[in-house]
Design a protein around this ligand. Sequence first.
Ligand code: CO
Length: 165
Amino acid sequence: MATYRKNPHSEGEPGDEPGEPANPDCLLTEIDHVAIAVEDLGAAIDFYREAFGAIVEHREVVHPDGVEEALLRVADSYIQLLTPTRDDSPVARYLERKGEGLHHVGYRVEDCAAAIDAYRAAGGRPIDEVPRPGSRNTTVAFLHPKTSFGTLIELVEEAAPDVGH
Ligand code: CO
């Protein structure tokens, strides 16, 4: 039997329409970003532009985290290039210990606090016990890699759309 996906124009099943979640019960609604720690943000941005034509959509220094980030859009997600702005930043320590590379995965959620609760109920250990402000006016929480199969997870709740002026 054929196992490929149904014709997207057919009726009915969840996940048939582009952008519609295949599993409406899943708290994770999208890969928000894949974060990559780099030593030289400018060089990494240039590389992604030259190699893939990816361009920076947003750039921000996140002072509490001691990082500068550049977001390069890929479809409805981002590549987040991340570099430390001071020596005691967690990303500086990460680069010292492990070198450049994949740092964390950001999953988009509807409700950050509810997702932290669900993670904790499943035995996970949040780094952020309560949601806090992230870049781009998002609300975020980091979850410990030791209780997430070795991957630092960031939950990302987008700001409510600005309705009119
Ligand atoms: Co992030």
